[in-house]
Design a protein around this ligand. Structure first.
Ligand SMILES: [Zn+2]
Length: 386
């Protein structure tokens, strides 16, 4: 009933008549007056003007579904945490590389809590998806927390993007709509499965075409990918050495430069923390503090791009980068030097400038400086496949 009520509100309806049992669910749509009726005869009497129906409106109840996790629980890894905050602030996709046990999953799970709260419209969209997928609890409640989806690397292409026989069911990219799609063991996903992510990453929707059906589902998610540095997992680890042979290791690393990588603006390494350091390291900032920084930064972007413009720095199209991401002369020189000396590609340069723009927004300044560009260059994704 909730999706029907949302659809009615979207179509401009101001009131809906529903069976009494569904009134609470429909009343989650705050703009609607809900008229509960016990049976058809009551509805007919009301429509003839012969009887009254007591309207209900306002949010009946809202699902409490925050993660309860806090970034201050994650000790050390200051650079990875910073990368996560930049990803949240600019809507950037992120790849984390590091040995098992470094905390990549812990970090990713805490992203939804530092992202801006969903608007009512976004909540409706997510609730509608949850309803189609049968994930809404009985009686219905409005989903107000951004989704976090973490499919296993053995997931099929259909499981990830949707499909199946009969009416195509939504896949993980749709279940992660307005939230986070976390792909752990990124290099272990099938290449064609990752290839299928490109279209939703570009368009924010997924079109599934079958012989008898064609459906379009929303799929605007933030991608967080995580991977070990090599098949054994310990390349570059301070304590445990890598035991991989050069051939498989090169093959693995080439998969980290696979088809989706040119949609990932940020890459960071996540180091394992030595056990004795765990208790000595300071806790760091809380998710509440970081969420406030992210919200300020998003507000700057909203004002810059205006209605109908990019939703965040990650969405600025290449043709608009020069116009919207103003670089100081020294910042531009730093990008040019990186193009010359570090073989930064044109796409790579755009990624660096978008990330630098977000770093400047987090600092609350209008112009991108050399420092912002240099920090952005530290989060560079390998360009060899782009
Ligand atoms: Zn290894």
């Amino acid at each position: 009933m909730l999706p029907a009520a949302i659809a009615a509100a979207d179509a401009g309806a101001r009131a809906v008549m529903v069976p009494t049992a569904n009134a609470a669910e429909a009343s989650l749509v705050s703009s609607l007056e809900v008229l509960p009726v016990a049976h058809l005869a009551q509805a007919i009497r009301f429509l003839r003007g012969e009887g009254d129906v007591e309207a209900v409106n306002g949010h009946a109840h809202v699902a409490e579904n925050g993660s309860g996790l806090d970034l201050s629980d994650v000790r050390g890894n200051v650079v990875a945490k910073r990368a996560l905050v930049i990803a949240a602030a600019g809507g950037h996709n992120l790849l984390m590389v590091g040995s098992p046990g470094g905390g990549k999953t812990m970090l990713a799970r805490r992203l939804p809590d530092i992202l801006p709260p969903m608007s009512e419209q976004e909540s409706f969209e997510v609730t509608r998806v949850a309803s189609i997928a049968g994930l809404l609890p009985d009686g219905g409640s409005l989903v107000t927390h951004r989704p976090f989806r973490a499919p296993h690397h053995s997931a099929s292409t259909t499981g990830l993007i949707g499909g199946g026989s009969g009416v195509p069911h939504p896949g993980e990219v749709t279940l992660a709509h307005r939230g986070v799609l976390f792909l752990d063991e990124f290099a272990e996903f099938r290449r064609e499965t990752l290839q299928a992510l490109r279209q939703p990453l570009e368009d924010g929707v997924i079109r599934i075409v079958r012989a008898r059906w064609a459906v379009t589902y929303p799929a605007r998610f933030q991608l967080i990918a995580a991977a070990n540095p090599c098949p054994c997992g310990y390349d570059g680890d301070e304590v445990k050495g890598c035991s991989c042979l050069p051939g498989p290791k090169d093959g693995y690393k080439s998969r980290l430069r696979g088809p989706v990588i040119d949609r990932i603006d940020l890459q960071c390494t996540v180091a394992r923390i030595k056990r004795k350091e765990l208790f000595e390291l300071p806790a760091g900032e809380t998710s509440v503090t970081l969420a406030a920084q992210v919200a300020d930064s998003r507000e700057r972007q909203r004002l810059r791009y205006g209605p109908g413009g990019p939703r965040s720095n990650a969405d600025v199209p290449p043709r608009d980068i020069d116009k919207t991401c103003r670089l100081q002369a020294a910042a531009r020189t730093a990008v040019e030097v990186a193009i010359e000396r570090q073989s930064l590609s044109a796409r790579g340069a755009h990624r660096v400038i978008r990330v630098a723009r977000t770093i400047a927004d987090l600092a609350g300044v209008d112009e991108v400086t050399r420092d912002h560009v240099e920090e952005a260059l530290d989060y560079r994704v390998s360009d060899s496949a782009t």
